[in-house]
Design a protein around this ligand. Structure first.
Ligand code: SF4
Ligand code: SF4
Length: 461
């Protein structure tokens, strides 16, 4: 996009000076229509983020990503590490969805729902305005010598920042280990949960460091999505854009200039310190603060608002309305196909998974004169919330089975189990060296799983 034809803004980061030192961004507090909407979205976001780990359904959390145990619960449905295909497919869909969303709407995700932006702009920065005042008051405070007022203000701010980071770290951890385990870590004697306490302390310090010091650099320097957006965005993508046709030449509010009065308020409000009039830049997180700032200016000078607005480059340059281009249509079709496959896989997924393997190195055993037996190792995964007491039969009752060391195969709820089972068939049935048999697993009278496996016999004599 045009605007500043010198292009000098591309030579450096707005947050770094020519000596490579950090330029601390003192962003003005935004106000306006979009900021109000973003605040509402952030309240919903915080309610969901802080509330979700406490929501239980049938005695279980409805959402949990327990990486240490390899157990994941999404809307009450359990997935295990063994469901890697579902996880992989979901990730592919998610990545294509991001590519589609970015191609269509730029960094809308970053500005409105990204946790980093929400916590930074809608929580920590609001606390900062509350304690240290406006952007210029913050700057003045930082540049002033240390005195009792400055020490007190900084102590209160950083104390509150750390408390917020500590709460976020706890909730974050509860998504991984569940709120009950988190509660044990907090209430049990310290020595019982050293690892848990180290994790909480580590995450608290990381979040505190990011929101108190690292801030917008997480978006402009670290976030891979920010780096990738230049690949995904094209001239049809809706982005936060300055209407240079209407705004230039910038200057006084008179007949000889465009609508931009060069007040710089759109720059002063930007949390990443960039000038959107230079066109799309990698540092723009699409927060819309500059749209609100400019709309407020336009109202004051009695000009139509939306000099900065959501628009594609083609819209600004040629007035072309937003259209779904071929790439977006292709992404949409791909998502539809993959989402259908995922839905089918989840809908047909079994809640009890069983694998049966013949015990290695054992061929078959002769039982008396008229029977042959094979020994099987059985592995089970119980994804239900109930304990299973399984019996196993050979389908069509052509033989019998014996579970080693127990009457039934017990598998605790949401757990894995193993058993060793002898299957004995009449010799008259074994016509070949390798025969197919079907094993049926019952929980009480309920058939929970059927499986086909090989039975080895002596073959024809
Ligand atoms: S806020 Fe609007 S009028 Fe002021 S400098 Fe930015 S684009 Fe120009
Ligand atoms: S340029 Fe505008 S939308 Fe982009 S980060 Fe700055 S204020 Fe937010």
């Amino acid at each position: 996009m045009e605007g500043n034809d010198k292009g000098s803004f591309r030579d450096h980061l707005a947050t770094v000076d020519q000596h490579g030192k950090r330029n601390w961004i003192y962003a003005n507090k935004p106000s306006g229509r979009l900021y109000k909407w973003r605040s509402i979205v952030s309240y919903i976001y915080f309610i969901i983020f802080f509330g979700l780990p406490f929501i239980y359904w049938n005695g279980h959390p409805i959402f949990m990503i327990n990486i240490p145990k390899g157990k994941y619960i999404v809307f009450g449905k359990i997935f295990w590490s063994q469901d890697f295909f579902i996880f992989g497919l979901s990730m592919i869909i998610f990545i294509i969805l991001i590519a589609l969303f970015t191609a269509a709407f730029g960094r809308l995700f970053c500005g409105w729902v990204c946790p980093q932006t929400n916590f930074m702009e809608m929580m920590f920065r609001k606390v900062e305005y509350w304690i240290e005042g406006t952007a210029s008051e913050q700057k003045k405070l930082n540049e002033s010598p240390w005195n009792s007022k400055k020490i007190a203000t900084k102590t209160i701010k950083h104390g509150l920042f750390f408390i917020l980071a500590f709460i976020i770290a706890n909730i974050f951890l509860s998504y991984i280990i569940g709120i009950e385990d988190l509660w044990h870590i907090i209430t049990d004697p310290v020595q019982s949960h050293i690892r848990g306490l180290v994790s909480i302390s580590f995450f608290s310090l990381v979040f505190y460091g990011v929101y108190a010091f690292f801030r917008e650099q997480a978006c402009t320097v670290v976030c891979p999505y920010g780096r990738l957006q230049s690949m995904m965005i094209d001239k049809n993508s809706m982005i936060v854009a300055y209407d240079y046709k209407r705004g230039e030449p910038r200057g006084k509010n008179d007949e000889t200039h465009g609508d931009c009065i060069d007040c710089n308020l759109c720059v002063k409000v930007c949390p990443t310190g960039i000038d959107i009039r230079n066109g799309l830049q990698m540092e723009c997180v699409g927060c819309t603060a500059c749209i609100d700032a400019c709309d407020n200016v336009m109202e004051k000078i009695h000009k139509p608002n939306k000099l900065i607005r959501y628009a594609s480059e083609n819209t600004i340059a040629n007035g072309t309305p937003f259209i779904l281009n071929k790439r977006m249509k292709f992404y949409s079709l791909l998502i539809l196909i993959l989402a259908s496959i995922l839905t089918f896989v989840i809908a047909t997924q079994e809640e009890v998974e069983i694998t049966v393997m013949r015990t290695p190195s054992l061929l078959f055993q002769e039982v008396g004169k008229d029977s042959i037996s094979n020994l099987y190792n059985i592995k089970l995964l119980n994804k239900t919330y109930n304990q299973l007491n399984l019996t196993v039969n050979v389908s069509d009752n052509i033989g019998n089975t014996k579970i080693m060391g127990a009457e039934t195969i017990k598998v605790n709820k949401e757990d894995q189990g193993a058993a060793t089972v002898f299957v004995t068939l009449p010799r008259s049935y074994i016509k070949k060296r390798k025969s197919k048999i079907h094993l049926s697993f019952y929980n009480g009278h309920e058939l929970v799983h059927e499986i086909t496996t090989n039975f080895i016999g002596p073959g024809k004599h």
